[in-house]
Design a protein around this ligand. Sequence first.
Ligand code: A2R
Length: 322
Amino acid sequence: MRILITGISGFVGSHLAEWALAQGAQVIGALRWRSKTEHIEHLRNRVTLVESDLRDVLSVRNVLAEARPDVIIHLAAQSFVAASWQQPVETFYTNVISQMNLFEAMRQLGTAARFLVIGSSEEYGLVYPDELPILETNPLRPLSPYAVSKVAQDLMGWQYFKSYGMDIVRARAFNHTGPRRGDAFATSNFAKQVAEIEAGLREAVVLVGDLKPTRDFSDVRDIVRGYWLLLERGTPGEVYNLCSGAEWSIERMLNFLIGQSRVGRIEIRQDPARLRPSDVPALRGSAEKIEKAVGWRPTIPLEKTLTDLLEFWRHRVQARAT
Ligand code: A2R
C-alpha cells in the first residue's frame, strides 16, 4: 500500500511514518523546502520525500501525480491553538485551503485514494458538564480560530464525500502528546523546562499558563494506530473521536512531570503571556464509536507518555548543551 502523509516532518507525521513502515507500507511524505526534518532524519532512507507547499494548488497536483497514493492522511496544518489567535488568517488559509487544494487536485487527476481528514476535539469547544463524555453527535461550538478551521476541514470532508462520493473518513483526535511534541504545547513545554532545570540551564522555576483546564490526553503512538485503522476500515463519510475517556488537569500533568525530576524543589510561577483569550474548560470524549467500528482503544498510560516525553527532552537538552 502506498500512503501519502502530508506534514510528515511534524510531530504526528513522524510517528505515523514509523507505524506505516512497520506495517509494510510504502511511505511518501510531503513537506516544505524549509520544513525542519529532525523528527524524520532516522527514516530518510526508508521514505520518499516530496516538496510541496499545500497552499499552492499546482504544487499539490505535482505531489499527487508523483505519489500515486492508495491512501492519504492529511496531517499538515497550522496546528497550534494559541498561535491561531495571533495568526487567524494564516491558520484558516493553511488549514482550510490546503485541504481544498488536495480535494480539488484529486478530482482533477481522478485520484481515488481513501482520504483521512484530521479534525480535533477543539471543534466541540464549549461543552456543558451534562454533555460529557463528548460523542460525535455533540454540538460543535468552536472557541478559537484554530477550532473554526478544523470544523471547516471536517465539514468539507463530509461535503466532498456527499457531493462527489469521495472515499473520505473523518477523525477528531483529542489531545495527544509524547516524544517529539513541539515545545509550544503545554505538556512538552513543561517537560522541556524541567529538563533544562535538571541540566542547570535555568533557575528552578517552571513558567505556566492556566493550569485549571482538564483535557482528555492520549499517547501519540496510540493515536497514529487509530488513524491507521480508520484508513484501513473506517466507514466513508463517518466521523470518529479518538480519545482516552479519562480527564487530566494541566496541573496534574505538571505535577507528575515535576515529581519525575531529579532536582529537589521546583517553583511553579504563572506567566500572564501564557493565558489565552478564551479557553475550553473541560474536554473528555467517548471513543465508543471507533472501538465498535475498528476495535481501537488506547493502551499506553499517560504516566508512560509523560515519562517518555521528559526523557526525550533530557536527551535533546543534553545534545544541545554538548
Ligand atoms: O511548517 P513546516 O514546514 O515545518 O511543516 C508543517 C506542515 N505544514 C505544511 N506543509 C505543507 N504546506 C503548508 N502550507 C504547511 N503548513 C504546515 O504541517 C509540519 O510538518 C506539519 C504540522 O506539524 P505539527 O505542527 O508538529 O503538528 P502535529 O501535531 O503533527 O499535527 C498533525 C495534525 C494537524 O492537523 C493538527 O491540527 C492535528 O493533527 O491536531
